[in-house]
Design a protein. Structure first.
Length: 66
């Protein structure tokens, strides 16, 4: 269902466990934050929100030079 052909369930798990390495390895930064994953999720998980939070954290770290 992801227009970017990502696997939001995995990316959300990586985000919730603060696993930046795997998040970036599986193209989490390519997420367009459309919210399709959260809308279609049968478990009603807020996948897009956790992915968005991890993206923000990674971008902030990059700005700091970490």
């Amino acid at each position: 269902v992801c227009p970017a052909r990502l696997v939001p369930a995995y990316l959300s798990d990586y985000a919730e466990h603060y696993d930046k390495e795997k998040f970036e390895k599986y193209d989490g930064m390519e997420c367009c934050e459309c919210g399709c994953c959260s809308f279609i999720c049968p478990a009603k998980r807020s996948l897009a929100q956790s992915i968005k939070s991890m993206r923000k954290m990674i971008l902030a770290d990059r700005r700091k030079g970490v």
